[in-house]
Ligand binder design. Structure first.
Ligand SMILES: Cc1cc2nc3c(=O)[nH]c(=O)nc-3n(C[C@H](O)[C@H](O)[C@H](O)COP(=O)(O)O)c2cc1C
Length: 348
């Protein structure tokens, strides 16, 4: 797949994820085969107003390229200004979030709410694409407001007419929960009505899921979010599966350990000690979520005070996993909880 000057072949996309897809997470995903990564959504207004948090969220280094930056906004003025600001850092894609269903976003007429106003959405895409020079503008969409109000075909056409170079489609409507199956057939339908590339997204957890979505929908590539939490291996596993027809399977405990420790050290470099320790906790749990002894790991990791503490716990856990001392995990149960809520160990 070519996007302007960017040739992505059939590389996979790492999704934007708020509070997750920071520089350490992106680096680990890239090192394990993600073709392009994304920053989490950033307020266009925040960038224009030089707000520290907004500027920090879209910061990336040159080594991270190819990378996309995702903007959140509903005002053509702010979006075009933000693109003007960002383009000097040369991201490879600038995306507009038209899919976030969270109340604190939609109540401000942002994210998924934009799907209800195709005219406004078109004007935002036009405002961005008219100042983006050669940086492709993408639009991340869902199917519509609810399963009885699907308007993705109209929205996709409007996006293309207004200068979008790419559509990323999370194949659920705004009101559809994660536990409900996505409707991949809409990815295929969108592919049939527009000529720009389509990236399919929604419940891709294994290399086999990725292949199935591509085969069934003919999408140009796919974007992975939850399937990459504690599992950057999905990217390289898919490449190998595609190349040889054989899925190399889950990594060994030693291989996981090496990647988790690297991830922790990157977090320690990126953040203050206190913040790094907190961010490491959830990532560590995600890496080991399906392994035996996850409950023991959770209770130990929650009491860790430093990154070095966390690394000791990881070493110890790896030894115990290799020695096979834990009772077998209930993988189905953990998976069910994780699908409903990524922080599956935290009470509601
Ligand atoms: C923790 C988390 C944070 C997310 N943050 C964003 C975001 O900032 N921008 C966005 O467009 N989508 C966001 N999403 C949605 C994902 O990008 C993706 O569209 C969705 O999870 C479906 O993909 P999946 O089934 O592979 O998880 C987020 C999802 C998760 C789980």
């Amino acid at each position: 797949m070519k996007l302007g000057k960017l040739d992505l072949g059939n590389k996979l996309f790492l999704a934007p994820m708020a509070d997750v897809s920071d520089a350490p997470f992106r680096q680990i995903a890239k090192e394990n085969g993600a073709g392009i990564t994304f920053t989490q959504m950033v307020s266009a207004k925040g960038i224009v107003n030089n707000e520290f948090d907004a500027l920090r969220l879209f910061a990336f280094s040159r080594d991270e390229k190819p990378i996309g930056v995702q903007l959140l906004g509903n005002d053509p003025h702010y979006l075009s200004q933000a693109v003007n600001e960002i383009k000097r850092y040369k991201p490879d894609i600038i995306d507009i979030n038209c899919g976030c269903p969270v109340d604190k976003v939609t109540k401000h007429n942002l994210g998924a709410q934009l799907m209800d106003d195709p005219v406004l959405m078109g004007s935002l895409i036009k405002a961005m694409s008219s100042v983006a020079d050669d940086i492709p503008i993408s639009v991340k969409l869902r199917l519509g407001k609810s399963d009885s109000k699907i308007n993705i075909l109209e929205n996709a056409q409007i996006a293309e007419e207004n200068g979008a170079s790419l559509i990323i489609l999370h194949a659920r409507s705004k009101n559809t929960q994660y536990k409900d199956e996505p409707s991949w057939e809409w990815v295929k339908k969108v592919k049939e009505v527009v000529s720009i590339p389509i990236i399919g997204n929604g419940s891709l957890f294994t290399p086999q899921d990725v292949k199935k979505m591509i085969d069934e929908t003919h999408c140009d590539s796919v974007m992975i979010a939850r399937g990459a939490l504690g599992n950057p291996f999905i990217f390289s596993r898919y490449s190998e599966f595609k190349r040889t027809g054989i899925d190399p399977g889950e990594p060994s405990f030693k291989e996981i350990e090496a990647v988790v420790i690297k991830h922790c050290r990157l977090l320690a470099k990126e953040y203050s000690d206190k913040v790094a320790v907190i961010k490491a906790k959830k990532n560590i749990i995600w890496y080991y979520k399906y392994c035996d002894g996850v409950d023991t790991l959770i209770s130990k990791i929650m009491s860790a005070k430093t990154i070095e503490n966390e690394i000791e716990i990881i070493h110890d856990h790896t030894e115990k996993l290799n020695a096979g001392i834990y009772p077998p995990a209930n993988r189905e149960l953990v998976n069910q909880k994780f699908i409903e809520r990524v922080l599956f160990w935290v009470d509601n």
